[in-house]
Ligand binder design. Structure first.
Ligand code: NAP
Length: 465
């Protein structure tokens, strides 16, 4: 049994689910394919009404959904409730904008009329992670459904109740049963789903290794993929920045979602001139955080989502320390029930240690000191990942160089990185390819159909009649 809800704050097992059998999976894919033939013909305005209804349900029951998220993966309840509200925003955004994003695009050529039409592909599989158990799903599903596709969700095995709750939201909003279905399956069953010729495409949000294996399976079957993978994002602070504001934001940027966010800042790259002050403020900020029960409204950091994640983080930290890193604060798990790790800051990190090379998925920050902007950019780019970057400076020339020279899908200046339905989201290098959100997101899973029409001249038509 691999699909189970375990409360990470206590270690208590809440519910277990038997994975779907092969015939059950086939039945659901069949239902998706049949539904698609009808659903694709529904006008965008009707889809928008259902999507707006999904937004209403999310808002009206945000507390219930928030509690479910917190119970299954441990994020502070406050943040979980905000996540439900953000999903509602995303649903409304696509309900309002889909018609504009998908309108025919006329392109003048030698034809009487030539244009591009955006049409749905069919059933799309989404393999999703647990860290934002609602947001990750809605940011895929809202544009996919508005474009006329139907969705199959394989959610992470530790959040099955969230997966079922999302299916219920779409059903109650008026989408037919086959338009959005949750498949309670393990990762070893994903390839079987992709093997079905009626499944047209796959999007995966998760680790680089999962992305690589799903992309390989999809590539062998010539199916479109979007990959949203991990990151080792830099947070650069230069002397002209507001250091106090940067240090305060740095704490939030590292520990958001208990430190388990792909776009959480992980490597703090600080100009030598201001490094002592930044380090003092940052360490103080990390030490002031309240770690504890995620259901308690005053908690800043809850537990890590699973025991495996806690063990991996602990090993990465221990190995980095064994390779010479200095612990400025924290450095170990907290000895209590549940999967808690102390907010941690490491420095003097060797270039071959896990903290330098790998993504640390928890509240562990790596602090680096650099001489100048050249060194800051070189260090920021010295990673296999390329998801996002936050850079702090009030110098215009520095700002332009950071925007141009950082290899990442998103660069935020004087702010922490955040996703927003209006802006494209995605990475380069091992952080994946393709984009979610905005106009770009809805156009990932469509057939970009070129149409070229030449009208016969009237005289010629008359001769042939
Ligand atoms: P994960 O272990 O890769 O799991 C993600 C999803 O992939 C789960 O549904 C998992 O199923 C499935 N999966 C894992 N291995 C697979 C395989 N070989 N074949 C098919 N499916 C497979 O990642 P995670 O630990 O849940 O999530 C954390 C990672 O996601 C981090 O690296 C984080 O940075 C990344 N992430 C990226 C973004 C982004 O937008 N770029 C957003 C959020 C998270 P099971 O649960 O059944 O194993």
């Amino acid at each position: 049994m691999t699909i189970q809800s375990i409360n990470p704050a206590t270690g208590e097992r809440l519910r277990s689910f038997e994975p779907l059998s092969e015939s059950q999976i086939e039945e659901k894919i069949g239902r998706a394919a049949e539904t698609f033939q009808r659903y694709r013909l529904i006008p965008v305005a009707s889809r928008a009404q259902m999507m707006a209804r999904a937004a209403e349900i999310l808002e009206a029951e945000k507390e219930r959904f928030g509690r479910l998220m917190t119970t299954e993966m441990g994020k502070p309840l406050r943040a979980a409730v905000e996540e439900a509200v953000k999903c509602a925003w995303n649903c409304r955004f696509y309900a309002e904008k889909a018609a504009e994003f998908l309108a025919d695009e006329v392109i003048p050529t030698g034809a009487t009329r030539s244009f591009v039409r955006y049409q749905p592909l069919g059933p799309v599989l989404a393999v999703m992670p647990w860290n934002f158990p609602f947001w990750q799903v809605f940011r895929f599903a809202a544009p996919a459904l508005m474009a006329g596709n139907v969705c199959l969700l394989k959610h992470a095995s530790n959040v099955p109740q969230c997966a079922l709750a999302i299916e219920e939201i779409f059903r109650r909003a008026g989408f037919s049963e086959g338009a959005f279905q949750t498949l309670l399956i393990g990762s070893d069953q994903v390839e079987r789903v992709l093997d079905n010729p009626r499944v047209m495409a796959v999007t995966l949000t998760g680790s680089a290794s999962a992305g690589s294996s799903v992309a390989k399976a999809a590539g062998e079957r010539i199916k479109k993929t979007v990959l949203e993978l991990g990151g080792n994002d830099p947070f650069i602070v230069m002397p002209s920045a507001d250091i106090e504001e940067a240090a305060r934001t740095a704490v939030k940027a590292r520990v958001i979602n208990n430190g388990q966010s792909c776009i959480a800042a992980k490597r703090f790259i600080i100009a030598e001139e201001i490094a002592d002050e930044f380090e003092r403020r940052f360490v103080e900020g990390m030490e002031s955080l309240k770690v504890g029960d995620p259901m308690d409204g005053t908690t800043d950091i809850g537990p890590l989502a699973t025991e495996d994640i806690l063990e991996t983080l602990e090993e990465q930290a221990q190995e980095t320390i064994a390779q010479g890193a200095r612990v400025l604060t924290g450095g170990q798990r907290l000895m209590r029930a549940g999967y808690y790790f102390a907010p941690t800051v490491l420095t003097d990190i060797s270039t071959d240690s896990p903290a330098y090379l790998e993504e640390m998925f928890g509240p562990v920050a790596s602090l680096f000191r650099v001489r100048d902007l050249d060194e800051a950019i070189r260090l920021a780019n010295d990673t296999t990942f390329g998801l996002a970057a936050s850079a702090w400076t009030n110098d215009e020339k520095e700002r332009d160089r950071l925007i141009d020279e950082i290899d990442a899908g998103l660069v935020f200046i004087n702010a922490m990185v955040a996703s927003d339905p209006r802006l494209p989201f995605g990475g380069v290098k091992s952080s994946g390819y393709g984009r979610e959100l905005s106009r770009e997101g809805i156009r990932e899973f469509v057939n970009i159909k070129t149409v070229w029409i030449k009208d016969e001249p009237e005289t010629k038509l008359a001769e042939t009649e």
